[in-house]
Ligand binder design. Structure first.
Ligand code: G3H
Ligand code: 13P
Ligand code: ZN
Length: 284
């Protein structure tokens, strides 16, 4: 099956009130784990690659691995660029076969973000490639900022309304209290803000930094209109913890397959759990 666009996947999720997991891949084992989990749960899935993943693995490898995965899968798969900050990179991904891109202009002013996001839409929309964009600043758990400073970076609902109207994007990534990476404490999501955004913005909402967010909070976010949930850190943990366990069990092991095989298996398990939490299981 060819990649499907994000817009198509999320339209169905919107109609049925669930969210689709967007899982980051950097290598073959994680790409395989994403598809194996989606197949086992009969779920649509979004495979995404960051600029860092593309630098690490190579754009051709990422696209080829995802294409093999999609060809084997019975369910729909979108291949998505995660946090693209360069217009040139976005163009390269589209040329290479991605069905969806995120243009992340969150560090720009509102006007500049609108202008750049429009530029991306001009090339993506005519060929059926979906565009996600970010308003507000999600940031990382390692950012050394106070709660008040982080809140100042949250998405402003009125600006979100303007942003979506002026750009025509397919999905909006919002800053409502999540952050990328491992949380030190429990993240507190601003559900009132999410609700206000949702009443002003009639497109699917994307939750970034979702690893480590309590299950109940994820469920509530989905109830309030989140339709794409991004998970990377939980995958890294599942993968590396299993590798470490295997190496501790047998420090003399030199066969990479004996280390990476269990890492892949553990990754499948965590992705399956997430798929069930998001409610996208048994949809294919
Ligand atoms: O949003 C961040 C993702 O977890 C990707 O991280 O840029 O280190 O690949 P990365
Ligand atoms: P986590 O690594 O915190 O799960 O965030 C993933 C993400 O938002 C990718 O864009
Ligand atoms: Zn993100």
């Amino acid at each position: 099956m060819a990649f499907v666009s994000l817009a198509d996947l999320l339209r169905e999720a919107e109609r049925e009130g669930y969210a689709v997991g967007a899982f980051n891949t950097n290598n073959m084992e994680i790409a395989q784990a994403i598809v194996e989990a989606a197949e086992a749960e009969r779920s649509p899935v979004i495979m995404q690659a960051s600029q860092g993943a593309i630098t690490y693995a190579g754009l051709d490898y990422i696209t080829s691995m995802a294409a093999v995965a999609a060809a084997r899968a019975t369910g729909p798969i979108a291949l998505h660029l995660d946090h693209g900050t360069s217009f040139q990179q976005v163009v390269q991904c589209i040329r290479s076969g991605f069905s969806s891109v995120m243009y992340d202009g969150s560090k720009l002013s509102l006007d500049e973000n609108i202008a750049m996001t429009r530029k991306v839409l001009e090339i993506a929309r005519p060929i059926g490639v979906s565009v996600e964009a970010e308003l507000g600043k999600i940031g990382g758990t390692e950012d050394d900022i106070t709660v008040d400073e982080r809140e100042a970076l949250f998405t402003d609902p009125k600006e979100a309304e303007i942003f979506v109207r002026e750009t025509g994007i397919d999905a909006l990534a919002v800053a409502i209290g999540t952050a990328h990476g491992q949380y030190k404490g429990e993240p507190k999501l601003d559900f009132d803000r999410l609700e206000r955004i949702r009443t002003l913005v009639n497109i699917p909402i994307v939750l970034h930094g979702s690893s480590g967010v309590p299950d109940d909070a994820i469920r509530e976010a989905i109830r309030l209109g989140v339709r794409k949930v991004n998970i990377d850190t939980n995958i890294r943990e599942a993968f590396v913890w299993a590798m470490r366990r295997e190496l501790e069990r047998n420090p003399a092991e030199i066969d990479p397959r004996k280390i990476l095989g269990p890492a892949r298996k553990n990754t499948v398990e965590i992705i399956r759990e997430k798929i069930r939490l998001f409610g996208s299981n048994n949809r294919v």
